[in-house]
Design a binder for this molecule. Structure first.
Ligand SMILES: O=C(O)CCC(=O)C(=O)O
Ligand SMILES: [Fe+2]
Length: 228
């Protein structure tokens, strides 16, 4: 099946975590962000790689749970876990005129699962999602992105390209937002004095990988095997 035929969508799964799980996640979050073994792509973000997640039992179990539900929701697809981000956004971290705060699709197509660690209202900057008017057009634009797409804004989406309006995914602690990154989306701005705490699991949908990229990967694997 070609990627053009997979229609992007998104879901909000209310009360995905019960109170005990929420507490375990909050405690694990606090421990991980203090641990210097994990990479910090930005000062408010800590990353756990696919390799490292084994060491963090609570997140490993959660990753498996999300993978199962995401695979069902997106049509029994095979998913590969890529990484997990622990994000604590303050108003000073959110900049209105650039992605992810401007409507966009991601350059690399992923399935993402975001869990809210507290109730998220408009002030906390919920993720906003929309359905594109023309689903195939997003995939075609994505495939045609140049190397400078980010500077040129090639992955931005205009309001004319979406059906109706963006939906602010307000919700409660423990809710899970699942989305295909081809769905137009943006992060809401965090109001002054507020903080948004989320964890986001990224997965690769095996059928989103282009045949060229698959070959590259195999060669890379073989290459490192020979070196060793
Ligand atoms: O943090 C958010 O609300 C959305 C960020 C985003 O654009 C993404 O995860 O691809
Ligand atoms: Fe994004």
């Amino acid at each position: 099946m070609g990627t053009d035929s997979i229609q992007p969508s998104y879901f909000q799964i209310k009360e995905f975590l019960d109170e005990i799980e929420q507490e375990a996640v909050a405690q694990t979050f606090a421990k991980v962000i203090e641990n210097s073994n994990f990479k910090k792509p930005h000062k408010h973000i800590t990353e756990i790689s696919a390799e490292q997640i084994k060491e963090v039992h609570v997140f490993k179990l959660l990753c498996e749970k999300i993978e199962r539900i995401a695979s069902q929701k997106f049509g029994a697809v095979e998913l590969n876990f890529i990484n997990l981000w622990l994000v604590e956004t303050k108003s000073s971290n959110s900049r209105p005129n650039v992605p992810p705060y401007k409507p966009h699709f991601d350059a690399e197509r992923r399935i993402k699962g975001m869990i809210y660690l507290h109730d998220v209202k408009t002030e906390h900057g919920p993720i906003h999602l929309a359905k594109p008017i023309n689903e195939n057009q997003i995939e075609q634009k994505r495939k045609a992105l140049s190397k400078k797409y980010s500077i040129l804004g090639e992955n931005l989406v205009t309001l004319e390209e979406i059906e109706g309006n963006f939906e602010a995914m307000v919700g409660n602690a423990g809710d899970l937002i699942l989305f295909d990154t081809n769905s137009p989306h943006f992060a809401g701005l965090v109001k002054k004095g507020f903080v948004r705490k989320v964890i986001r699991f990224d997965f690769e949908h095996t059928s989103f990988i282009s045949p060229k990229a698959k070959v590259k990967r195999i060669l890379k694997k073989l290459g490192t095997g020979f070196i060793r």
